[in-house]
Design a protein around this ligand. Sequence first.
Ligand SMILES: NC(=O)c1ccc[n+]([C@@H]2O[C@H](COP(=O)([O-])OP(=O)(O)OC[C@H]3O[C@@H](n4cnc5c(N)ncnc54)[C@H](OP(=O)(O)O)[C@@H]3O)[C@@H](O)[C@H]2O)c1
Length: 370
Amino acid sequence: MSSSIPKTMRQLLQPSIQSPNLILTTAPIPTPTTPDDVLVRVHACSPCAGELLWAKNFPDAIPKDKEMVPCQDLAGTVVAAPADSGFGPGDRVFCRISAERAGTAREYALAKVGELARISEGLGWVEAAATPLSALTAWQGLFVHGGLEVEGVKGNQDARERNARKRVLVTGAAGGVGSWVVQLAALAGATVVAVCGTGKEEIVRKMGASEVVDYTRMSIREWFARDSEARMVDLVIDVVGGKTLADCWLAVRDGGNLISVNTPPDLVKPAGLEKELAKSAFFIVEPSGSNLAEIGELIHLDRVAPVVDSVWPLEQFAQAFAKLESGHAKANRKLYQECGWNQKPGSERGPSVLTADNSCRFLTSKCWIN
Ligand SMILES: NC(=O)c1ccc[n+]([C@@H]2O[C@H](COP(=O)([O-])OP(=O)(O)OC[C@H]3O[C@@H](n4cnc5c(N)ncnc54)[C@H](OP(=O)(O)O)[C@@H]3O)[C@@H](O)[C@H]2O)c1
């Protein structure tokens, strides 16, 4: 590795998995140990709601010896990569790192070759770091688990026509994952019903939604009951769970698909409801450099855009996580501009990002470190 790499770096650490508290600490630069390890200088990283409880709540999914560095998404520059990996020093890359390994809220991180994709020209660190988790979740929810045809987003007219026969309902539609679901489903040709809070209608319509339900004024159950024949949907992508997901059971048609990244849908199926779905499933997003490269191409072509909620200095990690965990993070351009970033946030709502360059910034739903 280059001698210009420092011996130590700053990083966030969760000292106990029993508590979501984090500390800012100093650690040695990580060393590649397997043939597919790539060392990346992190310019921006991004957290996910609830991630500080994963190790406690899902002990089978998170190895006991994981170094508990939070944030699994990064945008950064390759420092060292295997010779035959297709990546080399200086490449601008972004990725989601498997939750089984140390995260990215640190100045240097190790990614696997298969997790990485190049950042296309014109996409800034913040937007890039805000993309992987949310966009990959939406992509896999719609095209891997949900049954929408992926060729539709690539302009295949036959696929678009078949997708156009489908109505897709999205909960949390103005949030990190939901904003990608809305954009990708609309781009693929489907009709999108967006469920979001007050004041988000304009933005979700701009992203491609045809119908909007303000959940603070009307539940999905009430909305559906008012015109159930016309409002029936073929596919639900849910990020909210609970009563919201239970109501989605009513709105999805017999033989449709109900997909949640929050809760296994069968756990909240309304008692006595007789409905056979083609699929009702919870899934966990898979890191995928190839999916991310396809998403990056669509961003490059201006077909979709990352949505950034806010940017925080690394030192303000506690406030950033508090905002993220509120579930209602809003755009915070002021802080972003005060921090002197030379890219503008992609949109008004989305993930927060944590950044850690020498002056250290942290976004809330997606993070970045310079
Ligand atoms: N399984 C997986 O692989 C996976 C992957 C990614 C994310 N997730 C999970 O997905 C969830 C969402 O993540 P995110 O990054 O999209 O979070 P986020 O950016 O905080 O977005 C959450 C959205 O939910 C909306 N919301 C809150 N209560 C609602 C309700 N009752 N009805 C409809 N919408 C409601 C909020 O809308 P307002 O601001 O308008 O109130 C917000 O836009 C988290 O629980 C996360 O852990 C799971």
